[in-house]
Design a protein around this ligand. Structure first.
Ligand code: SAM
Length: 375
């Protein structure tokens, strides 16, 4: 495998920039949910970046920790006025990178303190800790505290190299935290290539047969399904993948949340990147759909993923397997689709008088909907 760990010197490539774009967009959605709400049921809000890197690349492009700091800046006055505790934990294992990270953070803090957004120029309002530990050790140290306070809002970004860090145990622990949203990165091509090796199995219990040799570009979907089946039956939990192609390799993000609002926001970001499937920065199903050039025959403009979703939703409603609007929207998120896609199905069924009226998630989501019968 190509040596990955000089990404800072080489400058962030397109794949890395997509990853950072998704992180930034998600923070822009996540932070106001907890910081703009009039009535807050929490004083502590926490952000974690546990593979933080150096802070920026050689060309000065911000990496995840500096993106987090920049996205927090507009909220510093609220944090100060409302006496909130905004906890930020950065971690980087490599000592040289850790030193650079600390330096870049200090520079950023200085620049922030000179900005009019800063309410406390003499000392940063953020409760920031920068650690220099191995991820697994740090996580096992912090996890019991997180578990005790798992009603508090948390967001975690876990940007590992390779596949070794987000093991089944770590994944289960993440999912068990009630108000934690996370995004983690994984080298799915690597999993595809090495799945049979005993050393690999110590990290992920995936077999080579799970991967379709004819579809290496689907390998992140396979890795995603592996994590998905680890979610305990009966738990309301939402997970979504995003595949990223860099050269001949496929990497990917996996997003997790307990909250329908969280998954809707994440999926919106992904569908804005890819209007056909919403789950990759490339034509993952090789469909060559061009939204600017309508196909000659109707039906050829819609991706297979959307078509399968619409057919399944329709069938489930007709067969009474889905009987309420919230069930329908949950199914929609589970299929990686958006409420607007479900609404198209509702409209069609209403026109055929299969259901009595339209249902819509308003600007937000199923969270604010009352459960109503479809028929
Ligand atoms: C992909 S880079 C992170 C890039 C960063 N998120 C950014 O946007 O700039 C992964 C980082 O994790 C660090 N790392 C590798 N193994 C680690 C471990 N076991 N614990 C903590 N950090 C680790 C590497 O030194 C590297 O800086």
């Amino acid at each position: 495998m190509a040596k990955q760990n000089d990404i800072f010197k080489k400058g962030f490539d397109e794949g890395t920039q997509i990853k950072l774009h998704i992180l930034q967009k998600y923070l822009q959605e996540w932070l106001p949910v907890f910081l703009k709400k009039k009535k807050k049921f929490w004083k502590d809000i926490s952000l974690y970046d546990l593979f933080a890197g150096e802070g920026k690349d050689a060309e000065g492009v911000n990496g995840s920790p500096l993106i987090m700091m920049e996205e927090l800046m507009p909220y510093c006055k609220t944090i100060s006025n409302e006496k909130l505790r905004l906890n930020v934990l950065f971690n980087e294992f490599d000592k040289k990178r850790y030193d650079l990270l600390k330096q870049n953070i200090e520079e950023k803090r200085l620049a922030c303190s000179n900005s009019e957004l800063c309410p406390t120029p003499k000392g940063c309002i953020l409760n920031m800790v920068v650690e220099n530990q191995k991820f697994k050790r740090l996580f096992s140290e912090w996890f019991p505290k997180m578990k005790q306070t798992d009603q508090l809002p948390r967001f975690m970004f876990l940007d590992q190299f390779g596949i070794k860090q987000i093991t089944e145990d770590i994944f289960r622990q993440l999912v068990s935290l009630k108000r934690t949203d996370f995004i983690f990165f994984i080298s799915s091509s690597f999993a595809n290539r090495f799945a049979e090796q005993p050393e690999f199995k110590a990290y992920l219990n995936l077999s080579r047969q799970s991967f379709d040799p004819a579809k290496p570009h689907h390998c992140h979907r396979v890795v995603f399904n592996y994590y998905k089946q680890l979610i305990p039956q009966g738990t309301e939990y939402y997970l979504a993948p995003f595949s990223i192609r860099k050269g001949t390799n496929i990497y990917g993000l996996i997003f997790g949340t307990h909250n329908p609002l969280g998954i809707e926001k994440f999926l919106n970001i992904c569908w804005n990147i890819n209007h056909n499937t919403g789950d990759a920065n490339y034509d993952i199903d090789n469909e060559k759909i061009n939204p600017n050039e309508p196909a000659l025959f109707p039906g050829y403009d819609i991706s297979n993923k959307l078509q399968v979703f619409k057919n399944e939703l329709k069938e489930k409603i007709i067969n009474d397997e889905i009987t309420t609007n919230t069930q329908a929207y949950r199914f929609t998120y589970d299929m990686g689709c958006l409420p607007k896609h479900a609404n198209e199905v509702f409209r069609e069924l209403r026109n055929h008088k299969t259901i009595s009226r339209d249902f819509r998630t308003c600007t937000s989501n199923v969270h604010t909907l009352t459960e109503e019968k479809l028929k």
